[in-house]
Design a protein around this ligand. Sequence first.
Ligand SMILES: Nc1ncnc2c1ncn2[C@@H]1O[C@H](COP(=O)(O)OP(=O)(O)OP(=O)(O)O)[C@@H](O)[C@H]1O
Ligand SMILES: [Mg+2]
Length: 296
Amino acid sequence: MSASIDQAARLRELVRGQRVESSEQLQPPTRIVVVTSGKGGVGKTNVTVNLALILAQRGCKVVLFDADLGMANVDVLLNLSPPFTIADVIAGRRQLAEIILPVTDNLEVVPGGSGIAQLASLERAVLDQTVAKLAELENRADFLLVDTGAGISPNVLGFVLAAPEVIVVTTPEPTAIVDAYGIIKAVDGKNPGAQVWLLVNMVESESEARAVFSKLASIIARFLAVRIRLLGWIEKDGNVGRSVLQQKPFVRAYPYSLATRRIHLLAGALLAQQADPEPKVVGTGFFARLGKALFR
Ligand SMILES: Nc1ncnc2c1ncn2[C@@H]1O[C@H](COP(=O)(O)OP(=O)(O)OP(=O)(O)O)[C@@H](O)[C@H]1O
Ligand SMILES: [Mg+2]
């Protein structure tokens, strides 16, 4: 082989190598989105379950992590009876893969169960082991959606402080708005890279939703460094309650309802925002950060 052919072959190899590397870099990372609220009962679980279904329907692979300790949790809304939960993984009785429930082609649910309450009080070594196991979920899908309980209890806060993206759900009620400010204030300074979205649920109109957003955004701009963006809103819609009673997500039970239309718009708004290729919360993965936040 002449020197120039040899050089050309090496160049091609190099270019091929670079192509492989750059296509790997183009692989979009898993979007990890934690859904939370200050006040309870504002619609987090309904939003998360229905959003997960629509994202999955649009071809995204979605893992829904149920970190809610409330009554109307993910398995109730999806009419699932999970035989095992995170509590079984913590106790070493089950592998993570054994507790994951397939719901549709693109949607899987990880039932938290009583394991979520345990997380905040585990011994350091067991917590480290548990978050290392959960880290497998970080590259499993396009979206990892986490439904949390309300308020600033240690385990909810752990998820919120570890999250690259947080959706804060509020209603137009003054108490819910004040509590939403409380959770956003908790993010401020402690999770500076996070993208914080506001979702206003149970509104009468778009203008009411925008007024709630403006009010919160202007107080936040005065007192906090964190910036929020309006993800969208959902009107008060009787079909939501009806679907809960039927234990069917409303996007399935009432595909032509206003609430379903809004979920499509919320999914579109999330998809329109590309995941940050270099998340500002660097160094460790989501679950490792969760472990650190829980052990403070
Ligand atoms: N857009 C809506 N219109 C009418 N009712 C709604 C709407 N969104 C939620 N609800 C109702 O609000 C109640 C609470 O919803 P959900 O359980 O999703 O709230 P949550 O924030 O997850 O509660 P928790 O804090 O207990 O986890 C449900 O009974 C549901 O039917
Ligand atoms: Mg809930």
